[in-house]
Design a protein around this ligand. Structure first.
Ligand code: DGJ
Length: 690
């Protein structure tokens, strides 16, 4: 007797069954179809295991038997057996949740596959819990959050990102005809190389085509494997990386994987917008998820490590004048931190730089009407620091190996309770004693010499470290509900839904060149909510390749606008421009941060860039247009069709100098011409329902 399970979301169905042998077979994920028919297909020969378990689409494959491919799960039982046989045991389904329990009877170990869903979106949240009900240790060698089976036998286009420091989130798409494509991090954090999400599509554009999307809620070592076999079957397995992974689940204990969020869409635009809306409601920390993020000023590019009360005050005064709402002092305020050689770990205010303490600056910033924020890199220590001198054993290390420094620093062993407590209290002390309402939490090196002799099973360090970071972030937020947290790792190395479940936003990249940013931001917008994308206007390349201020603002206003320029160098005329754009951003902020976003044009394909944002009830929109650096092509006229408006509404468009009224249907179907006045010209069109 088959048991069929059907999950219904806003526009899709997801279906699998347990066959007569207790094997879970994946049956369908896609547009809605008649539910009863899935009972019939389950009884027919579809997906039948005639050729062995290697041939079928399983809901969650385990190592062993006749499976000759990568599986989602692998373990070793107490008697050294590594062959798993999990069969359907029971299930429980409510309106929003399905739990299916599988049992390996010989060992009394259970796997519970959990699915959470609703009719509000097409995202299904999945995770797996292994319950060790035996009386011996269970060694996990691999436990993915999900296996995703893709319909049909045609090859899929697989999208991820590639990048490095300063070039994060570069979208990359390739057809997987044969073999396995792996996207991963083995650095201890997500890093810049790949992203923990994947889109698997056929004939897809922004507007149409089959798109299967999955994004992991985890920012440690991750692995996404997409495999296509000789029959043309494509499967994706995603979760914590099995690289140097081993986790021991003791008798009577359990282990739950990170969540994975996945869905089926018609086009990449629908995918990004549904994922973003879902994330704001369900993933981001509750305290700020539904609130507009402030325009912040960060002093890093202006001062680097050379911070002082007077210098910061001067910047703060101008930042407030321009309209900034939050002032963040970056690296350099603590210990003997005059460059990146020393001081990390000594989280006490530097008395030479702040002779009267930090409250003088904070008080001044508050009087100017701004909140105050501070930079920390809490997981790190410089060997040249009081902390390291007092606790040389607090880092990951092997006694026989010389530790490799990266940016002159070492990673603290957060799997130790005392170290984790230190990390919490270093920030807690500052928050307790000063009016600090924002922390930029940085992380600037990958792990090495990963010895953690405090752990019985040292290979658990990867997971335990990541969980410790989330735990400390949650504790801080619980104690200081007004605290906003920004996740940073040498720029965008912590841009993922693991971090975004505990941090309110992400520092996208240290590269603030506006042209480069268009690609970086486009990649970020593919998978993550726009409001979480901090985007600074800076002086970057001001001399070597000058970019007009209007263009720089245009780009940064497409995320959570922030300012990072050296404000002491601004002319009065420039200050007025800053004021004008910051005021304009405040008018459109709600639409940008919470609206649907449409990627209209990009420089690589169209020689100019355009994107538009539309608020929830389609009464307001904004269009951003940027010419490339190519003056030849930008003399030609371009056209832009706005997306996501209501065809039946009339809209007034404010072009800056003049205004006109058009119908939604005209703007979306015919569109408007745009005359770009040469290289690096830019436009912002403000649209309002009349
Ligand atoms: C790396 C970050 O990405 C920068 O924004 C800045 O905070 C520096 N670290 C400070 O050392």
């Amino acid at each position: 007797m088959n048991r069929t399970f059907i999950i219904e979301t806003k526009n899709t169905l997801y279906c699998f069954d347990a066959d007569g042998n207790g094997v879970l077979r994946h049956l369908y994920h896609g547009k809605k179809a008649k539910k009863e028919d899935f009972e019939v297909i389950g009884e027919r020969d579809y997906n039948s295991p005639s050729g062995g378990l290697d041939d079928i689409f399983e809901e969650y494959s385990v190592f062993g038997s006749t499976r000759y491919r990568n599986t989602a799960f692998k373990c070793e039982y107490a008697d050294k057996c590594r062959d798993s046989v999990f069969k359907f045991k029971s299930s429980e389904q409510t309106e929003n949740r399905l739990d299916v329990t599988l049992l390996d009877e010989a060992y009394n170990i259970e796997l519970v596959l959990t699915y959470e869903y609703s009719l509000e979106s097409d995202i299904i949240t999945r995770y797996v819990t292994v319950k060790n009900k035996s009386d011996g240790d269970l060694i996990l060698d691999k436990i993915a959050s999900a296996e995703i089976s893709l319909p049909g036998e045609n090859a899929y286009d697989i999208t991820n990102t590639i990048g490095s420091w300063g070039s994060e989130f570069q979208l990359t798409k390739e057809k997987l005809k044969n073999g396995t494509l792996t996207f991963q991090s083995v650095k201890g954090i997500t890093g810049h190389t790949n992203s923990p999400f994947v889109a698997m599509s056929q004939n897809a554009t922004e507007d149409f085509g089959d798109v299967y999307f999955a994004s992991l809620g985890y920012g440690g070592n991750f692995k996404i494997e997409v495999q296509r076999d000789f029959r043309g079957r494509t499967r994706c397995i995603a979760g914590i990386s099995d690289f140097d992974f081993r986790y021991v689940v003791k008798a009577g204990e359990e282990f739950t994987t990170p969540k994975i969020y996945f869905g089926y869409y018609n086009g990449f635009g629908a995918m990004s917008n549904d994922m973003s809306r879902f994330a704001v409601k369900n993933i981001l920390p509750k305290s700020f998820a539904e609130k507009e993020l402030p325009v912040l000023y960060n002093s890093w590019e202006a001062t680097t490590f050379k911070v002082s009360t007077e210098g910061q005050k001067t910047l703060a005064k101008t930042a407030a004048e321009l309209g900034c709402e939050l002032f963040v002092m970056d690296d350099g305020w603590f210990g003997a931190r005059n460059d990146d050689n020393a001081g990390l770990g000594d989280w006490q205010v530097n008395p030479e730089k702040f002779p009267n303490g930090i409250d003088e600056l904070i008080g001044y910033v508050n009087e100017l009407g701004m909140d105050f924020g501070l930079w920390f890199e809490p997981e790190m220590v410089n060997p040249d620091s009081d902390l390291f001198r007092a606790h040389p054993d607090w880092t990951y290390h092997y006694d026989t190996r010389v530790p490799c420094l990266s940016r002159n620093q070492l990673v603290l062993n957060l799997t130790r309770d005392d170290v984790k407590e230190f990390v919490f209290s270093s920030m807690d002390e500052m928050l307790k004693n000063h009016n600090i309402r924002y922390i930029k939490w940085d992380m600037n090196r990958p792990f090495s010499e990963i010895g953690a002799s405090n752990l019985e099973n040292q290979r658990e360090l990867w997971v335990r470290h990541t969980m410790a970071v989330y735990e400390v972030a949650d504790r801080l937020k619980a104690k200081y509900p007004y605290l906003q947290l920004e996740a940073c790792a040498s720029g965008g190395g912590r841009g993922d839904f693991g971090a975004l479940n505990h941090f309110d936003m992400v520092w996208t990249s240290d590269n603030t060149d506006p042209l480069d940013r268009l690609d970086i931001q486009r990649g970020y917008s593919f998978a993550y909510p726009i409001k979480t994308m901090r985007a600074w206007v800076t002086d970057w390349n001001r001399d070597s390749r000058p970019v007009p201020l209007a263009f720089r603002f245009n780009v940064s206003m497409q995320g959570s606008l922030s300012i990072g320029s050296d404000l002491t160098k601004l002319t009065e005329e420039e200050k007025n421009e800053y004021k004008k754009y910051i005021a304009l951003y405040k008018e459109i902020r709600h639409t940008v941060q919470f609206g649907d976003m449409y990627r209209l044009k990009n420089i690589a394909n169209d020689d100019f860039y355009a994107a538009n944002y539309v608020n929830e009830n389609k009464t307001e929109a904004v269009v951003f247009i940027c010419a490339s650096a190519n003056s030849l092509h930008n003399k030609l006229s371009k056209s832009v069709k706005v997306k996501g408006l209501d065809e039946n509404y009339n809209y007034e468009i404010d072009f800056g100098k003049e205004k006109s009224v058009f119908s939604g249907s005209f703007l979306m179907n015919r569109g408007l011409d745009v005359n770009l006045n040469g290289a690096l010209d830019s436009k912002i069109w403000k649209i309002k329902k009349v």
